[in-house]
Write a protein that binds this ligand. Structure first.
Ligand SMILES: Nc1ncnc2c1ncn2[C@@H]1O[C@H](COP(=O)(O)OP(=O)(O)O)[C@@H](O)[C@H]1O
Length: 313
């Protein structure tokens, strides 16, 4: 396991899926895991024996062999302010996936003043799920667009109910891995209430843990209309009511990052039990990629707690 992890995790640079993704054989380049480490490739070929050329390579140059025809598909779930946005940025950058956030799609509808947006806002203000009639098609259409089909996708905040999960299952749209971020509620409320957005750069700040660098930035920060203590409590309630449907639909694909455990464990101790079960259950073709995904690193969040998937490069 450790050797496989090391081999896979050493290969990190933005994937070049589009240009080099033939049906049964391709090549993904991942960024270096840390400054100074060499860029290595994950060579994708039909499962089976490695070629003599690969077998005879010196260990440091060996590529990880995996069968892969399709681009990576990742789902990420977690309570409000559990860190989905931060992790999505890092995963997106590492793997070149198209980030599709259901919440962002809805906010774009609101900003555009569309009928869907107007209806959605009423539910969002109450911390409730926006009805399927609006959300399901919106997400489905985005997932089916060519960029997501070609580069793979990172779906954030969808599905949030059994019916939404089934809508994807009926279309035979399944992720390769589902990342679930677990963070204690008291931290979540504090994170949400202090969260601010810089509308110019898109950067997220926290008034206490990650304050704006200058007065000028501070003066233009905005707060999401549903980021109040009262509303986040409602959003949390909705989240927990619907979590079970996600867990049961993707039971075999879920990788959990549990913050309360992470606080007490070393990086290795935390990553192994999380990753090992899912990796074993995952189709052979995705094992090496899952190992890469799970070994990107660990670094503190703004409030000092550890997060998975922080960039180490
Ligand atoms: N899959 C979804 N189904 C229904 N409503 C959604 C969905 N995703 C987001 N929403 C609505 O948008 C709001 C904001 O979602 P999001 O931006 O993901 O933030 P958070 O995860 O922090 O609540 C939710 O509270 C909900 O009202």
């Amino acid at each position: 396991m450790a050797a496989a992890c090391a081999a896979a995790s050493a290969s990190l640079s933005p994937p070049q899926l589009t240009a080099q993704r033939p049906a049964a054989q391709g090549r993904i380049i991942f960024p270096c895991a840390s400054a100074g480490s060499r860029s290595r490739s994950l060579r994708l070929r039909p499962a089976g024996r490695r070629s003599p050329a690969i077998r005879s390579m010196p260990r440091a140059n060996k590529t990880v062999v995996a069968a892969l025809a399709d681009p990576l598909k990742v789902m990420i779930a977690g309570a409000p302010a559990s860190g989905k946005g931060t992790q999505c940025e890092l995963i997106k950058t590492k793997f070149g996936l198209v980030h599709i956030s259901a919440g962002d799609l809805l906010r774009a509808e609101i900003a555009a003043g569309s009928e869907n947006g107007k209806q959605a806002k009423e539910f969002m203000e109450k911390g409730q799920l926006v009805p399927d009639e609006i959300v399901v098609n919106m997400v489905k259409e985005r997932l089916l667009q060519p960029d997501a089909q070609e580069n793979g996708w990172l779906l954030d905040g969808y599905p949030r109910s059994y019916s939404q999960a089934m809508a994807l299952e009926n279309l035979e749209i399944r992720p390769d891995i589902v990342i679930l971020l677990e963070v204690p509620d008291e931290l979540l409320v504090e994170r949400v209430v202090g969260r601010r957005l810089d509308p110019v750069t898109g950067k997220i700040y926290h008034l206490k843990y990650s304050p704006p660098e200058t007065e000028e930035i501070a003066s233009r920060l905005t707060q999401r209309f549903d980021d109040t203590e009262e509303k986040v409590k409602l959003r949390l309630e909705t989240y927990y009511q619907n979590l079970q449907s996600l867990l049961s639909t993707y039971e075999d694909l879920i990788v959990k990052s549990s913050l309360h455990k992470a606080e007490r464990m070393s990086k290795a101790a935390m990553l192994m039990p999380i990753s090992w079960r899912s990796v074993k259950l995952m189709p052979i073709s995705w094992r090496s990629i899952a190992l890469v995904l799970l070994d990107i690193g660990l670094c503190p969040a703004d409030d000092g707690t550890p997060l998975l998937f922080c960039s180490t490069s």
